[in-house]
Design a protein around this ligand. Structure first.
Ligand SMILES: [Fe+2]
Ligand SMILES: [Fe+2]
Length: 177
């Protein structure tokens, strides 16, 4: 015989991992995570598009770099989707919703005409994500430590991408004076 009342069991099933010690607003966290997920999907599409376009022999290294980044963006979208589900939310999946949420974060998949333009677009997108992840991480660091750790892991990879892209532009762009 279980020492729990039917109501306790019902509540536990309803709440899943969220206990009375969870101090964040799960609904708000889910909404923020879905916005980040939308930017990751836009980022995936942008990197893939750039990988398709960067076909010349000269840019084969960049092509595989774009493709590798694209895979990581999809992983980020996945990690966020899993966490959203754990928190009782619905991972965003409708293309129109994804476009709207990404747009609210200032992210739109872009297709530059030159490699330098593409790298710049990627750098700008990564930097927007760095800012958004950092802000949310700071907000929920104590109230939702699991989500915060997850954000920290994605943030580290996002900063790495931004640094790589900035380094590429430093190496390849002529000083303008
Ligand atoms: Fe990402
Ligand atoms: Fe990235």
């Amino acid at each position: 015989m279980m020492p729990y009342t039917p109501e306790e069991v019902r509540n536990a099933v309803e709440a899943g991992p969220i206990t009375e010690e969870y101090r964040a607003d799960a609904k708000r966290v889910v909404e923020q995570l879905n916005r980040l997920r939308a930017t990751e999907i836009a980022s995936y599409l942008q990197y893939k598009q750039h990988a398709y376009t960067a076909v010349s022999l000269l840019s084969s290294a960049l092509k595989s770099e774009f493709a590798a980044h694209a895979e990581i963006e999809l992983q980020h979208a996945d990690i966020l989707g899993e966490r959203i589900q754990q928190l009782g939310g619905m991972p965003v999946y409708s293309p129109t919703e994804i476009a709207r949420k990404a747009d609210e974060e200032g992210v739109r998949a872009e297709q530059g005409a030159t490699l330098a333009e593409m790298v710049t677009e990627n750098l700008m997108l990564e930097r927007r994500q760095v800012a958004a992840y950092t802000a949310l991480l700071r907000e929920i660091a104590d109230s939702d430590p699991t989500t915060a750790r997850m954000l920290g892991a994605i943030l580290a990879e996002t900063e790495k991408h931004a640094a790589e892209l900035a380094d590429y532009l430093k190496r390849t762009t002529e000083p303008s004076r």
